[in-house]
Design a protein around this ligand. Structure first.
Ligand code: ADP
Length: 463
């Protein structure tokens, strides 16, 4: 079996007493099986970082973790500005939110080049390289320029935009050609893969060459959809165990008999939290009989506060949630609980289980794991209803959710009403269909299927 090299912006180096969560666990497992190396940024900022030639290496369970630091200027230009303030809104099709400056683009490229220079010396013949996410779009090309010939796969955890959107940034074609230096480019959904192919055709002069294959400038690249999965039975177990704790019982009592709806997101402009609160507001206006009988808990973890649009989003949501409560609350009823302090993962799972409605309404999302977690957390005998945006990648799989246009506040309001009023039989039928989808796949299957496809792509003559 080939040795695996995973590259991502941040490396979750295992430390004593601290367990990684989510996808990191799967990548650790894949690396441990094959023996391998995980390379990327340490998460630390150091003034003289660009002079460090050797990465810091930690070895744990047969896996090497190699990290480099960033300088303050690199952090700002590569991470805060270009990755999070330019690429993130771009790939989520929110062009109005994009800020762009040439200096940050330059720093983004410089950091990717530095990654490539450091990583190149650690790659051996027979290795397979798997690059993750939008921070590292130029990396495959930067490795090829430095003579790296081993198979390279690139997986984008976010959506991929249409040609009209992608072309709003300068040098869009360059980004496409850089991605084309990988052998396999993977996405969350086939819709994202189709957008990529359309971009290569329209903006970079490429052509499709059969199913899931695109050629451009002498390169042949495979594309595919590899939806990220959760450990559904594991999450279900956590939710069930947690719901039996004093903490969750006290929480339930605090609702004073009202029905619970839950939203849980990082506080991010793509998550549609503002429109969601407005949708809830119009639901309460249209259906006043639900006042005092429903509580909406929105857990919104503070995120990326060094990026301007995130700071102003936070202020706007604080105002909006305050205004809703100021207008509608009663001495014994708070219509909206807006929580920005961290909530422990297990506690959140327990809360999800007690919520009759899960409101997951991003304006655009690569997958949205909260949607899958909400389904996993339910008691199958008396499950809650998932209201899910059509613009989340998860909507391609969770077809039995109440699918809504997250931009249309009236539709969100109607879906809330329908979900709150839904008979148990229909709730069960919908939940069972969605549970079947998430419980028949595992995160490990996701990782293995990407790596299989990468080796096949290479075997069939790409590169
Ligand atoms: P993203 O990766 O864009 O943040 P996802 O929905 O795909 O969105 O994944 C978010 C993860 O973080 C999920 O596992 C979810 O349970 C967790 N999470 C989201 N919001 C919170 C919160 N407010 N508190 C604790 N965990 C959260």
């Amino acid at each position: 079996m080939s040795r695996l090299i995973v590259v991502s912006n941040r490396v979750p180096v295992p430390t004593a007493g601290e367990k990684a969560g989510g996808l990191a666990v799967v990548l650790h497992d894949l690396l441990a099986r094959r023996g391998g190396l995980w390379f990327g940024w340490s998460g630390d900022i150091a003034d003289n970082a660009e002079h460090d030639t050797a990465p810091a290496i930690v070895e744990e369970g047969g896996v090497q973790y190699a990290t480099i630091n960033l300088t303050p200027d690199e952090y700002q230009g590569y991470y805060a500005n270009f990755s999070n303030a330019t690429l993130w809104p771009l790939i989520h099709s929110l062009p109005e939110q994009i800020s762009f400056d040439r200096h940050s683009l330059h720093v983004y490229r410089t950091v990717n080049a530095r990654f490539a220079t450091t990583l190149k010396d650690m790659i051996r013949p027979g290795d397979v390289v798997w690059i993750h996410d939008y921070h590292l779009v130029p990396l495959a090309a930067a490795l090829r320029t430095r003579g790296v010939q081993v198979p390279i796969g690139f997986f984008l955890h976010t959506p991929f935009p249409s040609p009209d959107i992608l072309s709003t940034i300068p040098e869009a074609a360059t980004f496409l050609r850089q991605l084309m230096q990988a052998d396999l480019v993977g996405f969350q959904t086939s819709h994202d893969a189709q957008n990529f192919v359309a971009c290569v055709e329209r903006l970079a002069g490429g052509e499709t060459a059969g199913n899931n294959v695109v050629t451009c400038g002498g390169r042949t690249v495979h594309v595919g959809a590899f939806p990220v999965e959760i450990d559904a039975p594991g999450f279900a177990r956590t939710a069930a165990e947690e719901s039996d704790t004093t903490a969750i019982r006290r929480f339930s009592e605090s609702l004073l008999g009202s029905t619970l709806m839950i939203g849980a997101d990082r506080m991010d402009p793509t998550k549609g939290i503002r429109r969601r609160i407005n949708g809830y507001r119009s639901f309460l206006d249209k259906h006043p009989e639900w006042q005092e009988r429903v509580t909406f808990l929105q857990v919104a973890a503070s995120s990326r506060q060094d990026v301007e649009i995130y700071k102003s989003l936070r202020e706007e949501l604080e105002r909006l949630s305050g205004a809703l409560n100021a207008e509608l609350a009663m001495p014994a009823w708070t219509p909206l609980r807006f929580v920005t302090r961290p909530v422990a993962r297990a506690h959140l799972a327990g809360i999800m289980r007690t919520a009759r409605v899960g409101l997951v309404t991003p304006l655009r999302d690569g997958m949205n794991l909260v949607a899958k977690e909400y389904v996993a957390a339910q008691d199958g005998d008396d499950p809650g209803v998932l209201v899910l945006s059509r613009y989340a990648g998860a909507a391609a799989q969770l077809k039995d959710a109440l699918l809504v246009n997250a931009f249309d506040g009236d539709e969100v309001a109607d879906a809330i009403h329908r979900a709150l009023s839904m008979a148990r039989e229909e709730r069960r039928r919908r939940w069972e269909a969605n549970w079947h989808v998430i419980s028949s796949r595992t995160p490990l299957m996701w990782g293995e299927s990407f790596l299989d496809a990468l080796l096949q792509a290479r075997g069939s003559g790409a590169a």
